[in-house]
Design a protein around this ligand. Sequence first.
Ligand code: NAI
Length: 570
Amino acid sequence: MAAKQGSSRSDLRDLPHGMDLLNRQGLNKGTAFTEAERNSLGLHGLLPPQIESLGEQVVRAYEAYKRKDEDLERHIYLRALQDTNEVLFYRLLLDHIEEMTPMVYTPVVALACEQFSRIYRRPRGLFISYPLRESIPALLGNRPNREVDVIVVTDGERILGIGDQGAGGLGIPIGKLSLYTLIGGIRPERTLPIVLDVGTNNAERLREPEYLGWRHERITGQAYFDFVDQFVQAVKQELPGTCLQWEDFATPHARPILQRYRDELLTFNDDIQGTAAVALGAILAAVKVTGKSLRDQQIVMFGAGSAGIGVADGLRAAMEEEGLSDQEARGHFWIIDKEGLLHSGRNDLSPEQSVYAQQEGRLAGWMRNANGQIELAELIGKIEATILIGLSTVGGAFPETVVREMARKVRRPIIFPLSNPTDKSEAKAEDLVLWTEGRGLIATGSPFAPVVYAGRTIPIAQCNNVFIFPAMGLGVVASGAQRVTDSMMLAAARALSRNSPALADSSASLLPPLTDIRRVAAEIAVAVGMKAQKQGVAPKRSEDELRQLVAATQWTPAYSSLFAAEGVRR
Ligand code: NAI
């Protein structure tokens, strides 16, 4: 995997020397260059005389980080370190993973995208702008490193909660790929962030003199899809076998793009597939804690948009894997949207929603509101709901009466208000704990502090995609998979659920702590790779072999001697 290997002095001649070496973030060790390396590589005088270990550098870098008093400043500091010395950047992140993950990725990366043009310093990743559409293969050819394992690409239209950021959206692939490396161990030089710069409809960005993207309204319609296709064809030609992850595309583009290319190359959309997988992992863990099986559950989904239907589809597939027929599985879902419960008497449902329409016959005698709709309170009163999931964007939609009624009938109600941001959460974690008398199994979309109830501290799991995408990257790279299938996503969710701390201690968090996430990612990667083999999209290997491959692929930030065989990366 190393781009170059240096084991002898003659190889050292191929290495950059002096400032050229210090300017290469993948090779630079700064003050950690040894005496021998300083001698051979023309570094004396360019560095202060004191030689430091990586550990000492981390302490110094952390002190500098601590002196920053705003999140954006912390982000800028970390990004500058990433562009200077990648090993130190990743070691620092790893040693402070809980504190720093939010600074390089959500939520602070949203701010970094908004301010992208103001804080832009050094090149990282590729800008593929619409006016250069006829040269995409050449642009890809200009990538800094030949071998690429994972590309994350966005068109910047739906950046987290802040919408269209145009070319500034590149901040997202940069942040996300940092986590592919930090957690999945994808080697930093084998990642490639890309923004498809198709313009922006963000008037504020277009007004700003600093805006660095293509100053044009967004390309739409067939021209947009043709451009995406030119990009995909160029990736297939230049980088066949590279995993292409779509990120933060607007819904009307995200699904058609995924549908069009998912059987053509190694690709997935994290917003659609990763999101469903992490929620599914947490739900499966919660179900295990109750001691029942998935087929015993009555699932209420509040919100029938792309997220709600995506999670329901995952749960339904899991039920079918556990032996239920499609028809039987459908009967376990009760889904509500703006117009009330989905049922066969409604004629406003999309094909994806119709799958979950309850037979109207089952609803005879149920109370309807003035508009003839069946609301959440009525549904919870009528059935014995065991799982209640919110993906509706309606803050406070799970009221006390509803939650208490659910908790009256079920010993360990599973309640997941997953809407983001915090003010859109269907309920507050502390209220859910109180209303369920500490019996609720709770996970949220936004972060909530642990809740103290009856002398117990109850941690609240946050369904964050970070539990899935780096592991998926590791799994496909290590196993040599050629496609990402729904079953591989389901395997990832199941592996995540098997690693839930709540299985050993039922009041622990449903999802693992970030401090354990690299180990869990490796477990998920093995499960993904095994499933890929079963589905015939990866070469056959024993589980042991795959496990070894995963371990060998998962890069850990450490300096290696530039004299040693493993030493030189680029
Ligand atoms: P969407 O707009 O596609 O769907 C929203 C759904 O909620 C629609 O079916 C709508 O009819 C329904 N709804 C709206 N108001 C309602 C009301 N008063 N009563 C009943 N139903 C109502 O949105 P999307 O993309 O599905 O996202 C929904 C939420 O889920 C967002 O807040 C998003 O941030 C969050 N989300 C959270 C994730 C996580 O892992 N925590 C992942 C993905 C999305």
